[in-house]
Structure formats: structure tokens, C-alpha cells
Design a protein around this ligand. Structure first.
Ligand code: AMP
Ligand code: GLY
Length: 438
């Protein structure tokens, strides 16, 4: 009895003790912040730099995300226990290695593992070595060789710059002229110094995002989603960061899930171990599905945005326990459970995005919106100026709803957006059309 009492008193001291830092400023990070805030273990959250949404539940701190030394000083001063990294760039730059060296517990893959996103050629070579299904490809280090290759190729084909290019750097080429120009642009340095170029077979089928979370020893599935990258309805127009998503994907079934795990995820994790490292954090496989067969298009070493905002409301677990489990190598003991409902997100963007758009347009009605159960608004490009919310980017707000059908989720979101009446905004009304409007 005394022991039980002791445990009880001890537990009183152990709840609400954690200080958490979150790196990033998008909808993904606001969603992480929102659910981390709900954790009984978390006392205070700092966002680097966050947005208007995070400023209401956490403390935003302006810092140069490229300056790890400066970040470290703030993290030590604020006594932050865990650092959660949202976007890819700091991961690819080695933020996890840096902070681990300074004994700060950081969520995400190390620099070598982050090459899965940082270098498309690294990933393709891994696919080749471990027989992971992916588009056939060639790597060229001279433009003359690349030009020669396209002379005898079938079209369409895909030309890719190797490194991070913020969603750009991928050319779907319909003919030789387009491929010629793409090769010139990549070797011309449009996406930074290019020593090599990747040319690959065009895969047709339907795209799906598949997520896992790993602690370096074991992993747990973290759901599926379908994203809408093009700016206009019907998947037309330029590529964007993502205009909306839904989860789960309509394509997933048990057999496909088994194939993805056995042909793609597990060989990748094993491949990294052969590289003398392992994968910690979220791993996001961008897949092409054709006739219920998965092909790897690319890896990302983080959650997707807006997939994160769409998936997290489905998670029943305390997200902080899950992230902690990944950091501390204790995921094995955690069973993830999910709401079976249909989650859908729509991104409200600034008119003109992804090209030129105006910033600092006030969003007036936000506090008047009546959010019902399972409805969420996650901020992306927003900032507060004297208690008022202003736009601060191309993708501004994410509206998310979970319900019994994608159609209902979408209708309810659209009525929320209509009630907001933000005159500088536009959005796609057809998110989920392949699952809803067949
Ligand atoms: P990535 O940055 O590699 O994800 O490529 C961006 C987008 O280009 C993907 O989401 C696909 O829509 C498309 N894509 C990339 N590689 C291929 C491929 N080999 N075949 C067909 N589409 C592709
Ligand atoms: N939604 C696509 C991405 O996060 O890369």
C-alpha cells in the first residue's frame, strides 16, 4: 500500500513536466503542436518559429533554423526536453546529429538516413541493391551522356535533379525537346550545383502516401493518405506543396499493405542498417499503385503536409508518447490505434499561389467560426499582429474534418470556408474526387 501511494505521489510529479520544442511553421507543425498540447505529459511548447495558430497554444520564438548553435542556446536556456523536427531541410542538414551530440533528445532521422529524401540518387541506388520496386532509371554525370540517352528513349520520361528542390526539380517530359531543356536546366544549376542527374521511366497509376514511424529497432504503421499536389481542380495546373488530402487512401487493402511492407518498407530499413545506421522518425513513402502493385516514387523523411493534419486527428494515442517512443527506442511497447472515420483536409490558399500572391491580408472571421466536434483549423502561412491574424504565405489555413464519409467531411469543410469569407483566399472544391465523385 505504501508503495502504491508512493507511486501515486510520484505520478503526480511526473505529469505535465515536459517542455517540447517544435521546428517549423506550417500546417503540419500546428497540427503537431495542437495534439502534443493535449498530452497530459506536456507542460509547455516552444515553436521555432511557428505561426499565428501555434502562438495561441505555445510560445513562438524567432530563430534562424540554419543556425543550429543559436537554436541550441535557446533550447538549453528554455530547458526543452524534446525537440520535434517538422520539415526536411534541417534533417537533411544534420540537425538530429548535432543535437544528439549535445544530449538534446531530438525526433527524426540522422543525416545519413535523411539522405532518403536528400538525395534521390541515394534512394534509387538503395532500391537497385535491395530490389525495391521503382521506375527503371539511369544516372548521368555529363549532359552529353544524358542527351544521348534520351535520343533512344520512349516518352514520357522523368528528369530529376538529385537534391532537395522544395517540390520542384522533377520534370515529366512528353517529348525529346522537353527532356533536352530539363537536362540543360538541371546541369545549368537551377536547383543548385548538379554533379549528377536522374532520368527515369514514367510510371502510370494512382499515387498514394504511406507512412510509418520508427525508433531504429522497430516500426509502426502510421496510416495512408492521398494528396492533391496540383493547384487547380481536376489535378490541373502547377505543382504546389499540397492543396488537400484525405485519409485513409481508397487504394489501400490488406494485400497491398503486405506488399508495401515486404517489398518496400522493410528492405529500406534493412538497407539503412547495412549503411551502418538506422531510421528514426517518420518515413513517408510516395508510391505509385498500379494493379494493386506498389512502386516507390520517392521517400520523405518527415510527415507530409497536409497529410499530417489529415492523419493526426485519426490517432487515438497520446502523440507525445509515440514521439517519445521513437526517440527513446521504446516503440515496441506502444500500440497505435486509429479512428476508422474518413478524414479530409482542404487548404485555403492566397490568390495567385503558387505564383505571386499578396501577404499580410487580414483574416477577420476566424474567431467567429463555430467548429463542431472533429473539425479543426490548422494554420500554415499566418502571423499575428496585435491580436489580429494576417496571411503570411501561399498556403494559409488547413480545414480538416473527420466524419463517416469523405463527401460529408468535404461538404462540412466547404461550408466552414464559405463562412470565413476571406476575400483573398481560394481552394480546391474537389479534394478527394477520386474517392467521392467517381
Ligand atoms: P517527387 O518530387 O519525386 O515526388 O516527384 C513529384 C511528382 O512527380 C510525384 O508526386 C509524381 O506525381 C511525379 N513523378 C515523379 N516521378 C515519377 C515517375 N517516375 N513516374 C510518374 N510520375 C512521377
Ligand atoms: N504533401 C506532400 C509533401 O508533404 O511532400
Amino acid at each position: 500500500f505504501i508503495f502504491a501511494n508512493f507511486l501515486y505521489i510520484f505520478s503526480l510529479y511526473t505529469i505535465n513536466y515536459m517542455k517540447v520544442g517544435i521546428i517549423g511553421s506550417g500546417g503540419r507543425e500546428h497540427a503537431l503542436c495542437y495534439f502534443i498540447k493535449k498530452s497530459a505529459k506536456v507542460d509547455k511548447i516552444y515553436c521555432f518559429p511557428g505561426n499565428a495558430g501555434t502562438s495561441k497554444i505555445a510560445e513562438n520564438i524567432q530563430a534562424d533554423l540554419n543556425n543550429f548553435e543559436e537554436l541550441k542556446n535557446i533550447i538549453i536556456e528554455k530547458e526543452i526536453d524534446y525537440l520535434i523536427v517538422g520539415p526536411e531541410k534541417p534533417l537533411v542538414d544534420g540537425i538530429v546529429d548535432f543535437f544528439e551530440k549535445h544530449k538534446i533528445k531530438t525526433f527524426g532521422p540522422n543525416k545519413i538516413a535523411a539522405e532518403l529524401e536528400g538525395s534521390k540518387i541515394f534512394t534509387k541506388k538503395l532500391c537497385q541493391k535491395y530490389k525495391i520496386p521503382t521506375a527503371d532509371f539511369g544516372v548521368f554525370n555529363k549532359s552529353a551522356d544524358a542527351f544521348k540517352f534520351i535520343e533512344s528513349s520512349n516518352f514520357p520520361l522523368v528528369v530529376k535533379a538529385d537534391g532537395l528542390a522544395a517540390g520542384k526539380g522533377v520534370y515529366i517530359c512528353e517529348d525529346k525537346n522537353m527532356a533536352y531543356q530539363a537536362i540543360q536546366e538541371v546541369f545549368g544549376g537551377k536547383f543548385g550545383l548538379a554533379k549528377e542527374i536522374l532520368i527515369e521511366e514514367f510510371l502510370d497509376g494512382e499515387e498514394m502516401s504511406y507512412f510509418i514511424i520508427s525508433d531504429g529497432k522497430t516500426y509502426k504503421k502510421f496510416q495512408t493518405a492521398q494528396d492533391h499536389k496540383r493547384v487547380f481542380e481536376g489535378d490541373k495546373g502547377k505543382n504546389t506543396g499540397g492543396m488537400g488530402a484525405y485519409s485513409p487512401s481508397k487504394l489501400i487493402n490488406e494485400e497491398l499493405d503486405r506488399k508495401i511492407i515486404s517489398k518496400i518498407i522493410e528492405p529500406t530499413l534493412k538497407g539503412l542498417i547495412d549503411f551502418k545506421t538506422n531510421f528514426k522518425g517518420f518515413l513517408y513513402a510516395g508510391l505509385m499503385i498500379k494493379n494493386n502493385e506498389p512502386y516507390l516514387i520517392e521517400y520523405n523523411v518527415r510527415m507530409g503536409d497536409p497529410e499530417c493534419q489529415t492523419i493526426l486527428p485519426r490517432l487515438k494515442n497520446d502523440i507525445m508518447e509515440v514521439l517519445e517512443g521513437s526517440i527513446n527506442g521504446e516503440l515496441e511497447n506502444i500500440n497505435l490505434s486509429w479512428h476508422e472515420s474518413k478524414s479530409l483536409s482542404i487548404v485555403l490558399c492566397s490568390k495567385g499561389y503558387p505564383d505571386k500572391f499578396k501577404n499580410e491580408i487580414e483574416i477577420k472571421n476566424l474567431d467567429n467560426l463555430d467548429l463542431k466536434d472533429k473539425e479543426f483549423i490548422f494554420h500554415a502561412g499566418t502571423k499575428m499582429i496585435e491580436d489580429k491574424t494576417f496571411s503570411n504565405g501561399g498556403r494559409v489555413l488547413n480545414f480538416v474534418k473527420q466524419s463517416e464519409s469523405y463527401k460529408k467531411s468535404r461538404e462540412d469543410i466547404i461550408s466552414l470556408i464559405n463562412n470565413l469569407k476571406w476575400e483573398n483566399g481560394f481552394y480546391r472544391k474537389d479534394i478527394g474526387f477520386k474517392a467521392i465523385d467517381k
